[in-house]
Write a protein that binds this ligand. Structure first.
Ligand SMILES: [Zn+2]
Ligand SMILES: [Zn+2]
Length: 236
């Protein structure tokens, strides 16, 4: 079946359109333009450090070292910059869901050193109003192949998110205040004792992940980890 499809629709790089070896692949030239995140990085939030720094086996960024968030283990595939924005924004807002393969592939590589087995993959919930306007939760599209890769269940409805206006240009503190209380667990029996991997497209200040983890841990989760496609990296 796949061969017939390859004949009718030859696989092309979804970014630049040149032929590639398989569907959902990006050409090597486009792949090389992304700022993929590797080690050394913060052992907790995944903040990337300069490659020539030797920070020991468990380096931590100042934010995590000071315990200023609720994060446990986070990874992001690449840095949020012009290149990643060029696929992330159309994916999120213009229905270009063909980019999901590239994005989830990068995310699967980013979680290669995940600390243990995952029971549940949970896309960061969207408020109903936003889901209605967009037609899809971009995090769910990214989460499905990751759940399949990990042999974990997808959970898209155990947590509800209340609508709050956009957090576009707010400071980390304002984001943290804005997100307080938006999540509520409606199926605690599915959360209790579980190791959960949260999935979203972008990590900005960590406020959303911190708040969601806090709520899930209160509902009895064993561990709450997370992965995003890209991450805003500011000097800290
Ligand atoms: Zn390309
Ligand atoms: Zn950190």
């Amino acid at each position: 079946m796949l061969r017939i499809l390859d004949f009718i629709f030859p696989p092309i790089c979804p970014v630049c359109g040149v032929p590639v070896t398989g569907h959902g692949m990006m050409c090597p030239e486009c792949w090389a333009t992304f700022h993929w995140i590797g080690n050394p990085r913060c052992a907790v939030c995944g903040y990337p450090f300069a490659a020539d720094l030797d920070l020991g086996p468990r380096p931590m960024c100042p934010v995590c070292a000071a315990g200023k968030n609720e994060l446990e283990w986070m990874r992001s595939a690449c840095v949020y910059d012009d290149v990643s924005r060029n696929i992330m924004l159309p994916f999120k807002h213009a229905g270009r869901i063909k980019y999901r393969h590239i994005m989830s592939r990068g995310m699967i590589s980013a979680i290669a050193d995940i600390p243990g087995a995952v029971d549940v993959v949970m896309p960061v919930p969207l408020a109903w109003r936003r889901l209605f306007h967009r037609g899809y939760n971009q995090a769910t599209l990214l989460g499905r192949p990751i759940a399949a890769h990990l042999g974990a269940k997808m959970d898209v409805d155990s947590v509800r998110r209340r609508y709050r206006p956009d957090m576009g240009h707010k400071s980390a503190r304002e984001r943290a205040e804005n997100i307080r209380g938006v999540f509520s667990v409606i199926h605690p029996e599915r959360i209790s004792g579980k190791t959960i991997l949260l999935v979203d497209d972008v990590f900005t200040s960590g406020a959303t992940f911190s708040e969601l983890r806090r709520v899930l841990m209160r509902a009895g989760a064993a561990h709450v980890w997370g992965v995003t496609f890209c991450r805003v990296v500011r000097a800290i």
